[in-house]
Design a protein around this ligand. Structure first.
Ligand code: TXA
Ligand code: MG
Length: 350
């Protein structure tokens, strides 16, 4: 059932969650598919509806910091880790930041993929917060898309992809940020980013100092993940192929993209107008303006926030039009550009 987001529908959706239902709801990053984290039957439905493997853990969404007490084992954290947690809680939360922290035994293993840690996020979206507060206060929610596919930034994306399998879809319009939260591991000795996202590395480092530089591509991991033979990967969502459109995507540096000859049946995704203009010079047969149906520009003036918020929207659009391939340009590798490149790289590894 697709319902517009308002006080009444939030209360109905909250009551649905309390009864073990599953609800898709908007957040500032992307839409989530929520279930009460303490209801394992409801959690199992989320995995089933998404066709998500059980080893891939969920993020628990909270609406007040005190809920951390019900989820996190502070005794397993050293003084430095607690200091970092406090600092981030006071500065970047609520917001597009997910923290990986040691879990209390009460948090079901199903929610955490059998890991000893739990992912927690305090979203900055009034509708999401009201839903969480009025239900059980701790709502496990992966992005509301089939496993491995593009994340939804509008309620229609959820309705198209998961439709009748979800009890309620709350329509809160287009997600403001448009890429998922940054996943930051605070459970290990040195904090590190497991997934670049809505908060940049630079913003986090401004509050807690330098982060570990090692990209968690093939780090050691805990047993449950390895046993599913998906490679050694610390955060299961860091699988090399993920967030992928159905159309084959080639990710290129600007100069390579500019040398790529124009093909009518392909889609071109440029970061900004400057690179589109450059490419046009090399491709006299290419369409004259960015408004042509197979030309897509993430942000005309190259604004990273703008580009991030358009990324999944454009990819959904391209996928619906059934092009033979997508040629995409890499964004500048800084701030939100890292999250954009991460999603494009994963999409290109399909
Ligand atoms: O912005 C977001 O984060 C959205 C909205 C709905 O909040 N949620 C989201 O959830 O993107 P999902 O399930 O699509 O991605 C969660 C990521 C996955 O890569 C997962 O492997 C990782 O977080 N994750 C969850 N728990 C973890 C844990 N205990 N240790 C390491 N990684 C974890
Ligand atoms: Mg996801």
């Amino acid at each position: 059932m697709l319902l517009p987001l308002n006080d009444d529908t939030i209360m109905s959706a909250a009551s649905c969650l309390c009864k073990g239902g599953i609800v898709a709801f908007p957040t500032e990053t992307v839409y989530g598919l929520g279930a009460d984290v303490f209801n394992t039957t409801a959690l199992a439905r989320v995995f089933e509806v998404k066709r998500r493997p059980y080893f891939d853990p969920l993020i628990v969404h909270i609406a007040e910091l005190s809920t951390l007490m019900r989820l996190v084992d502070y005794t397993a954290m050293d003084a430095e880790a607690i200091r970092r947690l406090k600092k981030l809680a006071n500065t970047l939360m609520p917001g597009p930041l997910t923290l990986i922290l040691p879990k209390l035994p009460e948090v079901p293993d199903l929610a955490t993929g059998g890991l000893k840690t739990v992912a927690v996020r305090f979203p900055k979206h009034s509708g999401a917060l009201a839903l969480i507060k009025n239900s059980t206060g701790a709502v496990a929610a992966p992005s509301a898309n089939p496993f491995g596919y593009l994340s939804p930034t509008r309620a229609e994306h959820v309705a198209e992809q998961l439709g009748n399998d979800v009890d309620i879809i709350l329509d809160g319009g287009t997600s403001e940020i448009g890429v998922e939260s940054t996943v930051l591991d605070l459970s290990s000795h040195l904090p590190r980013i497991l997934r670049p996202g809505g908060v940049s590395r630079e913003e986090i480092e401004a509050f807690i100092g330098k982060l570990d530089d090692v990209r968690p591509e093939h780090p050691h991991t805990e047993e449950p993940v390895r046993s599913f033979n998906i490679g050694q990967c610390l955060s299961p969502g860091q699988l090399k192929s993920h967030y992928a459109p159905r159309t084959k995507l080639f990710l290129l540096d600007t100069d390579f993209l500019c040398k790529e000859a124009y093909k009518r049946n392909c889609a071109y995704l440029f970061f900004n107008t400057v690179s589109f203009d450059l490419w046009k010079k090399n491709n006299p047969r290419a369409p004259l303006n960015g408004g042509h149906r197979n030309i897509f520009i993430l942000s005309h003036n190259g604004d990273l926030r703008d580009a991030a918020s358009n990324l999944f929207e454009k990819l959904h659009c391209i996928d619906a039009a059934a092009y033979s391939a997508i040629y995409a340009e890499r964004a500048p590798d800084k701030g939100l550009g890292r999250a954009i490149n991460d999603r494009l790289e994963k999409a290109s590894n399909k």
